[in-house]
Design a protein around this ligand. Structure first.
Ligand code: PLP
Length: 221
């Protein structure tokens, strides 16, 4: 079973610590194999906080896969940087997973470009750069939290209740808008979002929020 570690895409709705504990227990008792997709660590509540659910699962099961992306938390989207972690019960299982992963990588891209990975490696091997990166990540998280809080503070835009956005995490949230309203936002107000109503919180600023809220109220009255 595949789960997102934090900052669920597209809803922004994450499990609570109690829910993660129940999920970890369910993995352990059912023998279901966990695959955890961690693409936004540090952009929800903090580096440790965002890994806590994943750690609870890993502590409860003998084997798991983690798919880790550095694309958002290191700003490496165009370089596609990440890692694949395997937790195995014994060396034989680990060797099997490793040779299968190698075969897939070989068939898929063979030799990936090194630039993005090298940037992450250089930063993580240097304590000063790591501290600077973590501070910048804190700024990004606080900025997105500020946008979420401001949206929630607006209360409603037309029939849309914005208050739940304050309790969601990361880059994305879903607005209950129709495809026609999304088209109207684009054509009449120059505001772009996915046809599903998924918005990118990072695309909003305190400066453009009033315009966004007013446009939303105009189309979703
Ligand atoms: C949950 C999730 N996992 C993985 C990815 C992609 O990761 P990567 O950019 O490392 O391919 C995304 C979005 O880009 C995502 O939302």
């Amino acid at each position: 079973m595949l789960l997102h570690a934090c900052c669920h895409n597209p809803t922004g709705i994450d499990y609570t610590a109690e829910q993660w504990a129940a999920i970890a227990e369910a993995f352990a008792t059912s023998g279901t194999f966990p695959i955890i997709d961690s693409a936004y660590q540090g952009l929800g509540h903090g580096m440790e906080e965002d890994a806590a659910g994943m750690r609870a699962v890993l502590a409860a099961v003998p084997e798991a896969f983690i798919a880790y992306s550095c694309d958002k938390n290191f700003g490496q989207y165009r370089d596609r940087v990440g890692a694949f972690y395997v937790m195995a019960q014994d060396q034989g299982a680990l060797d099997t997973a490793f040779s299968n992963a190698n075969a897939l990588a070989r068939a898929g891209w063979s030799m990936p470009p090194d630039h993005g990975g090298a940037a992450v490696r250089i930063i993580l091997r240097d304590p000063d750069m790591t501290a600077q990166w973590l501070a910048e990540l804190d700024d990004m998280r606080a900025r997105m939290r500020g946008v979420r809080d401001a949206l929630a503070k607006a209360g409603t835009a037309g029939r849309i209740d914005l208050t739940p956005l304050a309790h969601q995490n990361g880059l994305f949230s879903m607005l209950p808008v129709t495809k026609e309203e999304v088209a109207q936002l684009r054509e009449e107000h120059g505001i772009y979002m996915a046809a599903s109503g998924r918005i990118n919180i990072a695309g909003l600023t305190q400066g453009n929020l009033p315009k966004f809220i007013a446009a939303l109220a105009a189309v979703a009255g």
